[in-house]
Design a protein around this ligand. Structure first.
Ligand code: SF4
Ligand code: SF4
Length: 457
């Protein structure tokens, strides 16, 4: 059995406090349907959806309510039976305000959706499902990478003669501190996750599957290893990897699990690799086998100020405020509410912000957490210690890029490979001068993207 310490690693990285004990032992619990949801029309990388419904229309749970004809996009669905109250701008966790379909749920007839872990077991076979059926269900179900990137899953897994995929790497690392939703899925929904992995492998046409899991999750390693041992029709193995942030970065995981490097500026399929995360695989099984579109997901609600932290099965479009209320509300003075974890999450000021397909966690930080994490310590000049260079998993020079952005020299920032930054936050984390290097780099990338858009217009 592939348990024990993981050897696989990558250059750079950091070891932040894990904070997972708050929620890791809490079983997934279904949240009752919210009274209202706001379904954002842009929850993915690619073209935003256009509404398929109008104000006052009645909608059913699971009904497609928005889609785009673009190749890179994913449709959205209603998680409840209800009535379209409005189509209006709404806070997005990352990109400001975007159009959303606001739905008022019917007072009667909305039963809580629950996970379907017990619908899968060791007898599952992908054999009856044709590649086109898998890709069609994944597309129509609105699946996107649920680990945070939000890239449409159909585009990732469907056959592409220009980029033949040989290996499917499954990201079971969940390296971001505090978050435990994928961990719970691997333990409670082992067979569902495995079914999704096998369906994705069939669609992608790979010969080999490797499941990378950090070695601080022995129960998940044990469960997935035992389940994988029942599969005889493809080369599949669990690979324990070192616990180190950002082990779950696509490029870092490929290095740790396969010993291969994805060249700078290129994507994993260029070296024959497709990477999917655990929640996405569970959603593939849901969509293909049970025809359930992506309307719910497991989200970790965590932090030292939550009355009932845990892992919740929650409707997309529910507001952060409603979810926090369901979790018993707040017990201490809150300094920050993050969509995501403390390394890569986004602070949100508007708690009416709805949950999206990529909302893996809500982390509530107290003033004490913030002070300990040195987020608000005073910035001092760079002392040229080089720690940010050593920590950067992409081998970049964060201080030079940040400096170029600060002085509005985007041409220089680009020459220092700013676009190769994966925004992991390691450089800011180690900087003894408290310089928000990642913040500068994120800003620089936004400015470059806007300038490109202006030139195209
Ligand atoms: S420069 Fe980017 S990739 Fe490198 S450590 Fe900083 S945030 Fe991470
Ligand atoms: S870690 Fe901070 S102080 Fe050290 S070289 Fe980088 S920017 Fe300068």
């Amino acid at each position: 059995m592939a348990t024990g310490r993981g050897k696989g690693t990558f250059p750079g990285g950091v070891h932040p406090a894990e904070g997972k004990a708050i929620s890791e032992s809490r079983a997934v619990e279904a949240v009752p349907p919210p009274k209202q949801v706001a379904i954002l029309l842009s929850q993915h990388l690619g073209a935003p959806c256009q509404p398929l419904v109008a104000k006052r229309d009645k909608v059913q749970a699971g009904q497609m309510i928005g889609k785009s004809e673009s190749f890179v996009s994913a449709p959205v669905h209603s998680p409840v039976n209800g009535t379209v109250k409005d189509i209006a701008l709404q806070s997005h966790p990352v990109i400001g305000r975007v159009t959303a379909i606001l739905i008022e749920a019917d007072a009667e007839g909305n039963t809580p959706q629950t996970p379907v872990f017990n619908r899968f077991d060791h007898t599952f076979s992908p054999e009856p499902f044709a590649v086109e059926t898998i890709c069609g269900a994944v597309n129509d179900g609105g699946l996107v990478g649920m680990g945070g990137a939000g890239f449409p899953t159909r585009v990732k897994i469907e056959p592409n003669p220009a980029m033949i995929k040989e290996v499917l790497v499954i990201n079971g690392c969940e390296c971001e501190p505090f978050i435990t939703c994928d961990y719970r899925l691997m333990i409670e929904g082992t067979w569902q996750v495995l079914a999704g992995i096998r369906l994705a492998a069939k669609a992608a046409g790979v010969e080999k599957i490797r499941i990378g899991i950090e070695d601080n999750k022995p129960l998940a390693i044990g469960a997935m290893t035992e389940a994988a041992a029942t599969v005889k029709d493809i080369d599949i193995a669990v690979v324990p990897v070192k616990t180190k942030y950002p082990q779950g970065g696509e490029r870092q995981l490929i290095r740790s699990v396969l010993g291969k490097t994805v060249p700078t500026g290129q994507i994993p399929p260029t070296i024959g690799v497709c990477v999917l995360n655990i929640a996405t695989c569970a959603a593939i099984a849901d969509a293909v086998v049970l025809s359930r579109p992506l309307t719910h997901r497991v989200t970790t609600v965590t932090g030292h100020a939550i009355a009932k932290p845990g892992n919740y099965y929650v409707a997309m479009g529910m507001s952060v405020a409603d979810l926090l209320d369901h979790c018993g509300g707040l017990t201490a003075q809150v300094a920050k509410v993050l969509m995501g974890g403390p390394m890569m999450g986004f602070a949100i000021a508007d708690l009416t912000t709805p949950l999206t397909k990529t909302s893996g966690a809500i982390t509530v930080l107290t003033q004490d957490d913030v002070t300990k994490a040195k987020y608000e310590k005073q910035q001092t000049p760079c002392i040229r210690c080089g720690r940010c260079l050593t920590a950067c998993p992409e081998g970049l020079n964060p201080t030079k890029i940040a400096h170029a952005v600060k002085f509005n020299r985007m041409d220089l920032a680009e020459q220092y490979y700013m676009s190769a930054c994966i925004e992991c936050g390691c450089c800011s984390f180690v900087c003894p001068a408290n310089i928000e290097l990642t913040g500068y780099i994120k800003t620089g990338k936004i400015l470059v993207a806007r300038a490109k858009k202006r030139m195209q217009a």
